[in-house]
Write a protein that binds this ligand. Structure first.
Ligand code: AMP
Ligand code: ZN
Ligand code: FE
Ligand code: FE
Length: 287
């Protein structure tokens, strides 16, 4: 069975590969389907979908959102997002605006540490949703750090000296918006919840009640034991399963499309099950 990849980033957010090139790489890697899940934008979808028709790869529209569940922050993927979204498009545009405010706050903090970085220098490196990886790249280009990793460890990561938190959408609202677009809300990379066993089950059962429909059980950073636990949980809670690499091109070295760090495989068969689950709530006539 061919493999697929349902979690990737392009230059429309913080990946380094254009949507067209990413789809070409997916074809070259023998993947039959790829989802483009850029942070806070669907602007890469039209180009990716056109490339999908050219290269014979099914392109699934997607997006990745940072959301808040009380004090907890997590990532949601939306899969089967339409190429041209409705009300959701305006919500994403506002999220990208808030990114600018946060990015400028980070630059203020960097300035306070004696690192002068003009926001224009960051924007030069971005083509869509702008975020910390672009600031990291600007710091690297300036010679303020030697690697992207160092930029996150010293300055931009959660414990970093210039860190500023992102404004997150309440999870329930994000789930509702995705479903209103006919998209499947997916709990992304569940290892980041740092829960297992009964407490994981309680948490994810609550998310299912909220409208989350699938778990990204197969992911580049999951151990075999974690993958097994997430697959079993999806089965127990009657939720769908997705999987992806979180490919970012050179922005995440070591992660290959469809293969993650080498041990990832996402079977094509997952897509049919996801489509069936979507039939259950998608109003007739929707894309
Ligand atoms: P932002 O959306 O602006 O908060 O940036 C988050 C993105 O930064 C993630 O999706 C990753 O691509 C990247 N990132 C987060 N932490 C690190 C890290 N420690 N090293 C490299 N990249 C990171
Ligand atoms: Zn990213
Ligand atoms: Fe994520
Ligand atoms: Fe991601």
């Amino acid at each position: 069975m061919p493999g697929i990849d349902l979690h990737t980033h392009t230059t429309a957010s913080d990946g380094t590969v254009t949507p067209r090139e990413l789809v070409r790489l997916a074809a070259e890697a023998g993947l039959s389907a790829v989802a483009i899940t850029d942070h806070d934008t669907v602007d890469g979808l039209p180009e990716a979908m056109a490339a999908g028709r050219q290269f014979g790869v099914q392109v699934v529209g997607g997006v990745e959102l940072s959301v808040a569940d009380g004090q907890r922050t997590l990532h949601l993927l939306g899969l089967f997002v339409p190429e041209v979204p409705g009300e959701f498009g305006a919500v994403l545009a506002r999220a990208r605006e808030k990114r600018h405010d946060r990015n400028r706050l980070i630059l203020d903090r960097l300035a306070g540490l004696g690192i002068g970085l003009d926001y224009g220098e960051v924007l030069e490196l971005a083509a869509g949703a702008v975020g910390r990886p672009h600031i990291a790249a600007a710091l690297l280009r300036k010679g303020a750090v030697k690697t992207l990793r160092e930029a996150f460890e010293r300055y931009l990561g959660a414990g970093g000296a210039a860190y500023a938190p992102k404004t997150k959408m309440p999870m329930e609202r994000a789930v509702g918006l995705l479903r209103a677009e006919g998209a499947i809300p997916v709990l992304a990379h569940p290892y980041q919840l740092r829960e297992k066993g009964a407490s994981l089950e309680r948490l994810v059962a609550g998310y299912r009640e909220m409208g989350v429909m699938a778990i990204e059980a197969r992911y580049s950073e999951h151990s075999e034991a974690q993958t097994r636990e997430y697959l079993a949980l999806a089965k127990k809670l009657d939720m769908g399963v997705t999987g992806g690499s979180d490919f970012h091109g050179a922005a995440k070295p070591g992660i290959r499309l469809g293969r993650g760090r080498g041990g990832l495989f996402v079977p094509e068969g997952l897509l049919a099950d996801l489509a069936r689950r979507r039939e259950g709530f998608r109003p007739a006539g929707w894309p």
